[in-house]
Design a protein around this ligand. Structure first.
Ligand code: UAG
Ligand code: ATP
Ligand code: API
Ligand code: MG
Length: 484
């Protein structure tokens, strides 16, 4: 594509060099530059893309989008105010506005995004639609699965992914939209048909100033939609967002259990097999069963039902689809065994999620509840003591261990967790090594006990320092259960 077309519509401050050149690739990471690339220099949190101009030239970059005054003979420099923001526009131009060519459904909120996008994918696929998926567990581009490195990819990667999905004949894309992505312009220029909001509870307060700031970030999604916004009205953050967006051109709809809503669940029953409820929509009522336990499943499925309603998916497809769902990998996933112990692997990595999952386990536990959990390193530290408190109060025994320590010392992370629990109550233990901790939980469990292994869910790795080691909670639990 001609550079003039690539930068069409952007606010240019200055140009040095020739604009009438062909661009074959756009890239924000010098390590991925190829011949004919427009390299976008981003001033980041840890590094500065402007430092890599020389190495990008060596790899074949021809043109640069910059925030500084730079002029090198034979290359083109386009200066703009904010390269990160402009990058989204450039990416949308380069891939020819792919999000407008199919139906993108965006899901935001602290918990439930992966669960909802997975359900949506399952249901829309069963209606013979081709569905792309973007989220924490994986990316599916309509033909193949690609490893996911983030919940929401960088703008260039995102627009490239949309383009591949469109070329692969996808009708829909169900995607998770993280608060980071909304603030860091990753989803700018994306046209969402539907925006869904799940809930807002403390997380990522290392990145957002406070909970209000975090909520404002989430609200951005609902200003980018064209067909419908769907909001959990039982959630305080949801209520506030609804107030702010209810009069926008795109209509807003609500779902909930406790408050009057467009999509409601009544007569809820929850047990170890799943949830059942009476579904009330604007035009029909139905008895629902979903084989995934937890009150949060009621919320997640109401959101899915509302989205499918707005997309005119036949109600039978939605109801039957949810009734047969395989659940979501690493979300309330049980590890089958012949010891009559309920071993549950779950991705609860926030105080709210941990509380919900433990309350769900409590509703059907016939024996003791043993919780194994830790907190991730290089992430929000304020959630650590809160999770310690919740795990201790809602378990008979809790084993505090490591999650992904990343570049932090696991002992320091565990200490932060211990600051939230009552050290005089000896119902907790500390075992730094996660494998050992899981083994210990299984060795101490008796028939009818519930073991909750929380925090890592589907992850099949542990990040220590900057290295990913193979590690899979389910696999390890299985190994100990076999030998018990
Ligand atoms: C805080 C944050 O989100 N940072 C993201 C951001 O990094 P950054 O802008 O600070 O980049 P930087 O490392 O300072 O580098 C600046 C520029 O130099 C470039 N560079 C750097 C080195 C080099 O050799 N050559 C080169 O060109 C980089 O590619 C970048 O363009 O842009 C990078 C490129 O897209 C991301 O990889 C990086 O995500 C980091 C790794 C991260 O951990 N992000 C997490 C917190 C995140 O995004 N999480 C959310 C939510 C998770 C959830 O709740 O589900 C997510 O959506 O995943
Ligand atoms: N609607 C919900 N409300 C509260 N907790 C939930 C909800 N749905 C799922 N959970 C809990 O949160 C955990 C994470 O769920 P899920 O992976 O769907 O969330 P997510 O929003 O995708 O998280 P992430 O920000 O890591 O991408 C689950 O393992 C479960 O314990
Ligand atoms: N998307 C979340 C996942 C956290 C999962 C947990 N296992 C951890 O490593 O903290 C994050 O990056 O904050
Ligand atoms: Mg997710």
């Amino acid at each position: 594509m001609n550079l003039k077309d690539v930068i069409q519509g952007i606010n240019v401050l200055d140009i040095n060099g020739e604009l009438n050149i062909d661009i074959d690739n756009i890239q924000y990471d010098s390590r991925k530059v190829t011949e004919g690339t427009l390299f976008i220099c981003i001033k980041g949190f840890t590094s500065d893309g402007h430092k890599y101009i020389q190495s990008a030239i060596e790899k074949g970059a021809k043109a640069f989008l910059v925030q500084e005054d730079i002029n090198i003979e034979g290359y083109t420099f386009v200066k703009v105010e904010d390269t990160r923001k402009t990058m989204a526009k450039v990416a949308d131009n380069f891939y020819n506005h792919p999000s407008k060519k199919f139906e993108v459904i965006g899901v935001t909120g602290t918990n439930g995004k992966t669960s909802i996008t997975t359900f949506l994918n399952e249901i829309l696929s069963s209606d013979y639609k081709k569905v792309g998926l973007i989220g924490t567990i994986k990316i599916f581009d309509g033909e193949k699965e690609v490893e996911s490195n983030a919940t929401t990819p960088e703008s260039i990667d995102l627009q490239e992914c949309f383009n591949t999905m469109v070329n692969n004949g996808c009708d829909y894309c169900a995607m998770e939209v993280s608060s980071h992505s909304l603030v860091l312009n990753r989803v700018d220029e994306t046209e969402f048909k539907i925006g869904l909001f799940t809930n807002l509870t403390p997380d990522h307060l290392d990145f957002h100033k406070d909970l209000d700031d975090y909520r404002d970030a989430k609200e951005i999604l609902f200003h980018k939609t064209t067909v419908a916004n769907i909001i959990n009205i039982d959630d305080n953050g949801g209520k506030q967002i609804y107030e702010n967006i209810k009069n926008l051109k795109t209509p807003a709809y609500t779902y909930g259990i406790d408050n009057n809503a467009d999509f409601m669940a009544k007569d809820i029953k929850i047990d170890a097999k799943g949830v059942s409820y009476r579904l009330i929509t604007p035009t029909y009522e139905e008895d629902m069963f979903v084989p995934v336990p937890g009150k949060f499943t009621v919320y997640n499925t109401l959101a899915v039902i509302a989205a499918c309603y707005m997309l005119n998916i036949p109600k039978e497809v939605v109801i039957n689809g949810l009734g047969k769902t395989n659940g979501v990998a690493g979300r309330f996933e049980t590890v089958p065994n012949d010891k009559e112990i309920s071993v549950i692997v779950d991705y609860a990595h926030t105080p709210d999620a941990l509380e919900n999952i433990l309350n769900t386990a409590k509703e059907f536990a016939k024996g003791k509840i043993i919780t194994v959990f830790g907190c991730g390193g290089d992430r929000d530290t304020t959630k650590r003591p809160l999770m310690g408190d919740i795990a201790q109060k809602l378990s008979d025994t809790c084993i505090v261990t490591s999650d992904n320590p990343r570049t932090e010392d696991p002992v320091v992370i565990i200490d932060d967790i211990l600051n939230g629990l009552d050290r005089d109550n000896k119902n907790y233990e500390v075992i730094i090594d996660r494998k050992e901790a899981i083994g210990h939980a299984i060795s101490m469990a008796n028939k009818n006990d519930v073991i909750l292994i929380a925090g890592k869910g589907h992850e099949n790795y542990q990040i220590i320092g900057k290295t990913k080691h193979h590690f899979d909670d389910k696999e390890i639990a299985n190994e100990f259960l076999r030998n018990k």
